[in-house]
Design a binder for this molecule. Structure first.
Ligand SMILES: Cc1cc2nc3c(=O)[nH]c(=O)nc-3n(C[C@H](O)[C@H](O)[C@H](O)COP(=O)(O)O)c2cc1C
Length: 262
């Protein structure tokens, strides 16, 4: 199995060492290949805000850099570890630039056959907020987030804290390895089903202003009313009903807004 670590720290410090610990545990369980993508070494320029990727497709992005190669690396992996220290109560600037540059994937999700592990280190606070943020990003991009590890790594860390961190890393590594080995398709939760239906309402109704999204959704077969989710995974019938009701309301609101603009 191939694991790609997307490293948001600008140095090989706490977060890098934590990823290496995950690698060691996973290697002790079986055959696994690790590739570290240090975002500091990748030429990802900040997003310029033109929104051409949303409207016309990512090929129209005016920034010519390593972004396509980075996306290719994610496609090549079976599992991705999104790793970032907490900086100013959020992910690092490197990680945020990475997320911004792939924002079109929020509209055109594509990683449904991949598992993700989230790894966050912090001096003292906000590891849960940052894990929750990365969870939303990876989840909407299509990843099945199977484990998360949030470590508190203050200067002068106590032996007890270090031991707790090590246990968290070992547990996350075992969960990740198991999920990758089993490769089971996840059943979507209510939130994911609601996101699917809300997006379908938007990208179907807004075909004129979001042609790339509309074309992608059509090509995937997601605009077909019989589609219940991005994948063929079984959807809880109650979630399906709730999702369709939400879709109806979103479509109605968009139609009213469009009519008011005419
Ligand atoms: C610029 C900067 C901002 C930081 N912001 C926070 C913060 O908001 N909250 C916090 O608890 N720790 C903060 N820290 C501490 C780091 O999150 C912590 O030391 C982390 O483990 C560093 O990871 P690294 O060794 O992989 O770079 C900050 C550190 C730096 C350098």
């Amino acid at each position: 199995m191939k694991v790609l670590v997307i490293m948001g720290s600008p140095r090989k410090g706490n977060t890098y060492r934590a990823a290496q610990r995950i690698e060691d545990v996973m290697r002790s369980l079986g055959d696994v290949e690790f590739d570290y993508l240090m975002l500091r070494d990748v030429g990802l320029e900040p997003c310029r805000g033109c929104a051409l990727c949303f409207e016309w497709g990512e090929e129209r992005c005016p920034v010519r850099d390593d972004a396509p190669a980075v996306e290719e690396k994610m496609h090549d992996a079976d599992g991705v570890i999104f790793a970032s220290p907490v900086y100013g109560l959020n992910v690092t600037g490197l990680m945020k630039t990475f997320i911004d540059r792939f924002s079109y994937i929020f509209h055109r999700p594509r990683f449904f056959d991949k598992k993700a592990l989230l790894l966050v280190t912090t001096g003292i606070v906000a590891e849960k907020d940052v894990l929750d943020y990365l969870d939303s990003v990876a989840g909407i991009w299509g990843f099945d987030v199977v484990s998360r590890a949030g470590l508190v790594t203050p200067p002068g860390i106590t032996p007890r804290q270090a031991q707790e961190n090590d246990q968290k890393l070992a547990r996350a590594a075992r969960e990740f390895f198991r999920a990758l080995a089993e490769g089971r398709e996840r059943r979507p939760g209510l939130r994911s089903v609601i996101i699917f239906h809300s997006q379908r309402a938007s990208f179907d109704e807004l075909a004129d202003s979001a042609p790339a999204d509309h074309a992608y959704w059509k090509e995937q077969g997601w605009l077909d009313p019989s589609a219940r989710y991005y994948t063929s995974a079984p959807v809880n019938p109650l979630y399906d009903v709730v999702g369709r009701i939400v879709e109806w309301f979103v479509r109605r609101r968009i139609r009213r807004d469009l009519a008011a603009m005419r």
